[in-house]
Design a binder for this molecule. Structure first.
Ligand code: IPE
Ligand code: IPE
Ligand code: MG
Length: 244
């Protein structure tokens, strides 16, 4: 399958709880199963030469869940980072975490920083995990970083979109394709700025059932779309970074 036009894919990995409930299992079993899908899709993206994959793993709203589920998820992230970091590193994957990470406990934070440090010079797939992430938080955080940066040339100046984007997560880098599993058709506060012109693909498939074949269906959907960015011509003649 050709995928010359697709460089950045983002995924709202939804439906773990329903997957487990359908099997009369506790919801958290679905989260554990969801890790297997992450492994499959990370490898599949590398093989398909997609350069960047951004996964929504825990939202700034997910703290509203029962304490047991929240604690289970945080421990699962911690354990999974430690378990898979060597494999990811040997596959040349470069890992980054985005979100309000400072509030996490030392163990999780150490595993996050360690994963980023070990893989920082890797040149393969850029793999971003959004943890305690909210799109509104991202925008306000960028704004506050500008206010706090006394050395910035932006102080006391009107700022433009290009200036502002540098302070956002992923420096405002836009996914080409957003996939959301499990049927809901909403952003749930995921990268509000970065998804401004992203193509959206929704599937009823629950995240633990999502695999390479499902990914290829999503990519095929993307490849059938003409991206015009408000113009009358296709993307080939347009600089997509030029979305204001
Ligand atoms: C997504 O699955 C995982 C997280 C939000 C952490 P859910 O846990 O939201 O699964 P459903 O939507 O309840 O089925
Ligand atoms: C979005 O899923 C967050 C993640 C996948 C991490 P949710 O299940 O939390 O979203 P809502 O509640 O359906 O909007
Ligand atoms: Mg959900």
């Amino acid at each position: 399958m050709s995928n010359k036009n697709i460089s950045h894919v983002s995924i709202i990995m939804d439906g773990n709880g329903r997957w487990a409930t359908q099997r009369n299992m506790p919801r958290v079993h679905g989260h554990r199963e969801g890790i297997k899908s992450i492994n499959k899709i990370v490898s599949a993206c590398s093989v398909r030469q997609i350069s960047q994959l951004t996964l929504f793993a825990f939202s700034s709203e997910n703290w509203k869940r029962p304490e047991y589920e929240v604690q289970f998820l945080l421990k699962l992230f911690e354990d999974s980072i430690i378990k898979y970091i060597n494999d990811l590193h040997s596959n040349n994957v470069k890992i980054k975490f985005i979100g309000n990470l400072d509030i996490f406990g030392k163990k999780l934070l150490d595993s996050i920083r360690n994963a980023e440090k070990i893989t920082m010079n890797n040149t393969g797939l850029k793999l971003n995990f959004a943890l305690n992430y909210g799109g509104k938080w991202d925008i306000i955080n960028a704004f506050n970083k500008i206010l706090d940066d006394n050395n910035s040339s932006l102080q006391n100046k009107k700022i433009n979109i290009d200036d502002f984007e540098k302070y956002l997560s992923l420096e405002g880098d836009s996914p080409d394709l957003l996939i959301r599993t499990a049927g809901e058709q909403r952003l749930s506060n995921f990268m509000l700025w970065q998804h401004a012109y992203t193509e959206l693909y929704f599937t009823d498939c629950l995240w633990p059932d999502f695999d390479e074949k499902e990914l290829d269906v999503a990519i095929q959907h993307y490849q059938n779309i003409t991206r015009k960015y408000g113009s009358l011509t296709s993307e080939n003649s347009i600089d997509k970074k030029n979305v204001k």
